[in-house]
Design a binder for this molecule. Structure first.
Ligand SMILES: *[C@@H]1O[C@H](CO)[C@@H](O)[C@H](O)[C@H]1NC(C)=O
Ligand SMILES: *[C@@H]1O[C@H](CO)[C@@H](O)[C@H](O)[C@H]1NC(C)=O
Ligand SMILES: *[C@@H]1O[C@H](CO)[C@@H](O)[C@H](O)[C@H]1NC(C)=O
Ligand SMILES: *[C@@H]1O[C@H](CO)[C@@H](O)[C@H](O)[C@H]1NC(C)=O
Ligand SMILES: *[C@@H]1O[C@H](CO)[C@@H](O)[C@H](O)[C@H]1NC(C)=O
Ligand SMILES: *[C@@H]1O[C@H](CO)[C@@H](O)[C@H](O)[C@H]1NC(C)=O
Length: 442
């Protein structure tokens, strides 16, 4: 843990000697193949999915809008309870029949709860450096990015580490600050907590666990006789590999253990895909509507016009030029995976030809949680002027999205007018879905 803080602190104090505009990565990489790390699903570290491409000739970016997930964190309290359920069973075993499990006897669970880990702070710092390097023309001392964060500590810490990275990359000539924290108790477009009637993904995830996990669970139970781990226990134990590795910045023995059980990481990853798809994605009737408030704010920024929204926005905040300035060139918002999945689904990104199967993964699906919302994952909406026409393009983990819903060309560009026109779901406040969020069932 100390190492991360020291590395970050050194970099900050040395910022003036960083002579090049190419950001230096402070986040460590782990000696684990990227293919395995991507199977950590929502606990995958950020990976670019493509090399960033400058816009085509004749187009200049004149505004950028970033929405970014917090960096790597400790397990939430719910996840901690679920992990400990399986771990406690395993730690009751005296003699494993397989020596690869012996490390568990002396293993001590000592992770924190929900907060950003030093690696997650470094990821956010790196992202801030990269944003400055890429978009420095859009900002200046007197034209700072406007920055908001959802109110949870890990999101606020991600935002401030990002601003520190941004300032550092600019040699402290551009020093943005976190302008606004949206309290989670109020109307908050950066958190998915305003739709009480929305369902969850448990039925679909459990159906998949019953299909994919019995053989994995059997392998664990064979090594730990009389323990009786469930498929849910096994699923949660796989997540320990990711949580321990990002927290300790060192490959966890749990990773090695599951590497010895073929298919376990793949089964875990698909469980994560289903979790997001049926949580706030296309598979959840009241999922996409939870992203509408943010999309309407995005449209307001892109079009330099007042927010029109009757869903999650705080109308008081969004009506004020202090808390919702228009005509800015750079906006950054810090948020959570489930909210970002709702935003993607409200916009029409990553639409699937059919709902994800709970028994047979489609190998060609573009819905992969590690691609959509890894730790520190981000969507960037660039507004451009192309030969006098205002256009937009959308990048997710640096990959240009096709925007087929607004006539995206081969460079992924739509006219701003067509993009706005395509956002009928958001512009109609969720086509009746927002009201359903508060419907009481008989
Ligand atoms: C575990 O192994 C040790 C040494 O082989 C043995 O003495 C002990 O009885 C075993 N305990 C159980 C619960 O099987
Ligand atoms: C970065 O995040 C850590 C939490 O991991 C926090 O303690 C620290 O204050 C943040 N640093 C900055 C510069 O905001
Ligand atoms: C909206 O924002 C104002 C100003 O910060 C705050 O006083 C109020 O509590 C918020 N209301 C809701 C419902 O979020
Ligand atoms: C585990 O399950 C088996 C078979 O269902 C049962 O015989 C055994 O008592 C169970 N053990 C524990 C520790 O619950
Ligand atoms: C918060 O959202 C609700 C639901 O759309 C709305 O009725 C209320 O007026 C909003 N409050 C503020 C301060 O915007
Ligand atoms: C934003 O810019 C446009 C065009 O430059 C201008 O017409 C409008 O008044 C500006 N709005 C604000 C809030 O400054």
């Amino acid at each position: 843990m100390l190492f991360g803080f020291v590395a970050l602190a050194c970099l900050l104090s040395l910022s003036e000697v960083l002579a090049t505009s190419v950001p230096k990565n402070t986040a460590p990489t782990f000696p684990i193949p990227e293919s395995e790390q991507r199977n950590w699903s929502p606990y995958s570290p950020y990976f670019p999915l493509a090399e960033y491409k400058a816009p085509p000739a004749g187009c200049q970016i004149n505004q950028v809008n970033i929405i970014q997930r917090h960096g790597a964190r400790f397990p939430t309290s719910g996840a901690t309870t679920r992990i400990k359920a399986g771990l406690t069973k395993l730690q009751g075993v005296q003699n494993f029949t397989d020596a690869k499990f012996n490390f568990i006897k002396s293993f001590k669970y000592d992770l924190g709860n929900s907060d950003l880990v030093p690696f997650g702070a470094a990821q956010s710092f790196d992202a801030g450096q990269e944003a400055f390097a890429r978009y420095s023309k859009l900002v200046s001392k007197n034209n700072l990015p406007f920055i908001r964060a959802d109110g949870s500590d890990r999101v606020v810490d991600s935002a401030t580490n990002w601003t520190a990275g941004f300032a550092s990359a600019s040699h402290n000539t551009v020093q943005p600050k976190l302008n606004l924290i949206l309290p989670q108790t109020g109307n908050d477009t950066l958190e998915d907590n305003m739709c009480p009637a929305a369902g969850d993904s448990d039925p679909q995830v459990n159906a998949w666990l019953a299909v994919a996990f019995p053989s994995i669970t059997a392998r664990l139970n064979a090594a730990a006789p009389s323990v009786n781990l469930t498929d849910t226990d096994a699923f949660n134990l796989v997540s320990l590999c990711a949580f321990l590795t990002v927290s300790k910045e060192k490959k966890s023995d749990f990773c090695t253990l599951f590497e010895g059980i073929p298919g376990s990481f793949e089964a875990f990853a698909y469980g994560g895909d289903l979790d997001k798809f049926y949580g706030t994605g296309y598979g959840q009737e009241l999922g996409p509507v939870q992203g509408v408030g943010y999309v309407n704010e995005l449209i307001a920024r892109l079009t330099n016009s007042a927010v029109r929204d009757n869903t999650q926005t705080n109308r008081t905040l969004d009506a004020s030029p202090v808390t919702f300035p228009l005509n800015k060139t750079f906006y950054a918002d810090f948020s959570h995976d489930n909210l970002m999945v709702a935003v993607f689904s409200a916009m029409g990104l990553f639409r699937q030809p059919a709902p994800l199967s709970t028994s047979v993964p489609n190998p060609w699906r573009t819905w992969r949680t590690s691609s959509l919302v890894p730790f520190s994952g981000r969507m960037v909406v660039e507004r451009l002027s192309c030969f006098g026409t205002t256009k937009v393009r959308v990048l997710v983990q640096d990959q240009v999205q096709p925007l087929e819903f607004c006539g995206g060309d081969r460079n992924g560009l739509c006219t701003l007018a067509k993009f706005v026109e395509s956002q009928t779901f958001a512009r109609s406040d969720g086509a009746g879905d927002f009201e359903k969020c508060f419907a009481t069932s008989a």
